[in-house]
Structure formats: C-alpha cells, structure tokens
Design a protein. Structure first.
Length: 94
C-alpha cells in the first residue's frame, strides 16, 4: 500500500484491516474524528505515538502541547503544513 492507496480508504467505513495503530489514528484524523485518533494514540509510550500525538495537538491548535510531544518524539516542530505532515506520517508508517 502507498499513500494514494491509503487515501482511497478514507471513503470507506473502516481503516484498512492490515493497518497498524499509527495508521489507524491517522485514518481517523483524516476522517475528522480527532477524538478517536487521540484515544488510539495517547497511551502508547513510544516515539512514534508521541510524533502522532504532537501532530494531533498541532492540528487542534494547541501549539504548546504539540511542542511538548514533538520533544518527546525527539523531533522539532515541522516546517510543513499540517496536511503535508499528515502525508509524511502516513508514508512513515506504511
């Protein structure tokens, strides 16, 4: 699966069956279900989850919280748009 294939699944009712938890969160976010995306990712104690957590808070407009989570993910605040970051993250986890 590539980014384009993943984007096509956004018109379905469920994330792809073989998608990992990170892709599931990003799928829900893209379907305007921020709460479900956040619920899926918030308690996973690894840097991948922290990166998605940061993105979700950035997208939600909570820059301070986003910066905290980018730090936990050992990455800096991105120079790209939120939409571009979403695509980068999807490609990272495919």
């Amino acid at each position: 699966m590539n980014l384009r294939d993943f984007q096509k699944t956004l018109s379905t009712d469920m994330p792809p069956l073989d998608s990992n938890i990170y892709l599931q969160a990003l799928w829900h976010d893209a379907r305007n279900n921020w709460m479900e995306a956040h619920r899926l990712i918030q308690d996973i104690p690894d840097k991948h989850a922290a990166r998605i957590h940061a993105y979700l808070h950035r997208k939600d407009g909570d820059e301070g919280n986003a910066r905290y989570w980018y730090h936990k993910a050992d990455t800096s605040f991105p120079d790209q748009t939120a939409e571009q970051e979403w695509q980068t993250l999807v490609e990272m986890f495919l």
